[in-house]
Design a protein around this ligand. Structure first.
Ligand code: XIL
Length: 298
């Protein structure tokens, strides 16, 4: 393979990027996107604030545009994200209790139903666990509706789009630590009780190092029978950047249930991590050393 997507496909996997339809008119950007990637994640346009700006009034425009582009080119779509404590519309931020719970489940049902059959994997719940040593849930308006909100969301997503793989997605889960172990225990419990979960996403927003047990951590989740996916990969620029991209790619390729890698943007200047140049292409769309390191591992 001479492109990221092509090389990944030869190994039965995908290689994707976050993008947003407002970039689709930028031809320099689209040249790289269309050449290199065979999976797209909407960076912002499928989030709660974008899709349901007023209660029960849905805006599908950005997501529809992204799905159409992906379908026309045979790219998979990761849906991101049905429920999250961040980027909620104001009306939802002002709800609580059973009213918020029913609004959240309605959101899951409406959004997953709208794109039924078109999404490879949904991030059903994003970032619900706390950082630090507790291994427990993050406090949020959703968490305060009851600890069972996550399984309720997965059951609603499964009912709305039974063909999509349903994922839990989080960050700071790059090694075996209290947070990743808390998530591991939840996934093990869901599998044991038949709560429909198919995959775990590891965002992998990395600094200047990667934990030595990155692969072992992915493997323990894969051993629960779920797919694992690298969902938002970016790595702070520094002398180790290419090596860290190599380590992450190698770890995924070594695990049969690791089905794909998504980088969180195309070119350094497209990144949400302003000034950190954390991606595989420079601002002119030229391949960086990290690109060659990744391609060699696919
Ligand atoms: C980020 C986007 O990249 C930014 O454009 C936006 O302003 C904030 O959200 N974890 C996630 C992603 O799951 O949705 C976030 O994306 C980055 C962190």
């Amino acid at each position: 393979g001479t492109t990221l997507g092509g090389a990944a496909a030869e190994k039965g996997r995908y290689f994707g990027t976050a993008t947003d339809p407002h970039m689709f008119s930028n031809s320099a950007y689209m040249t790289v996107l269309n050449r290199e990637f065979n999976q797209l994640t909407n960076e912002n346009g499928m989030k709660w604030d974008a899709t349901e700006p007023q209660r029960n009034q849905f805006n599908w425009a950005r997501g529809d545009q992204l799905v159409a582009h992906a379908q026309a080119r045979g790219m998979r779509v990761r849906g991101h994200a049905l429920l999250w404590h961040a980027q909620q519309p104001g009306w939802a931020q002002n709800l609580s209790g059973s009213d918020l719970r029913s609004a959240a489940i309605n959101h899951v049902t409406q959004v997953a139903s709208h794109w039924r059959g078109k999404i490879y994997a949904w991030d059903v719940v994003n970032e619900a666990f706390a950082d630090g040593g507790s291994g427990g849930r993050r406090d949020s308006n959703l968490q305060r509706t009851g600890n069972d909100w996550i399984e309720a969301a997965f059951r609603a997503a499964d009912a709305a789009d039974p063909g999509a793989k349903l994922c839990y997605n989080d960050y700071n889960t790059d090694g075996i630590n209290a947070k990743s172990t808390g998530i591991y225990n939840m996934v093990r419990d869901f599998r044991a009780r038949g709560v429909p979960i198919d995959c775990v996403g590891f965002q992998s927003h990395l600094g200047t190092s990667v934990p030595g047990d990155y692969q072992a951590n992915l493997q323990r989740f894969a051993d629960l029978g779920v797919e694992v996916q690298i969902t938002e990969l970016d790595v702070q620029q520094g002398s180790n950047q290419a090596n860290i991209f190599r380590t992450v790619t190698r770890a995924c390729m070594a695990i049969s249930r690791c089905t794909g890698i998504t980088v969180w943007g195309v070119r350094d200047c497209d990144s949400w991590r302003t000034g950190q140049n954390p991606l595989l292409f420079d601002c002119n769309g030229n391949k960086k050393p990290a690109y060659d390191a990744v391609l060699a591992e696919l």
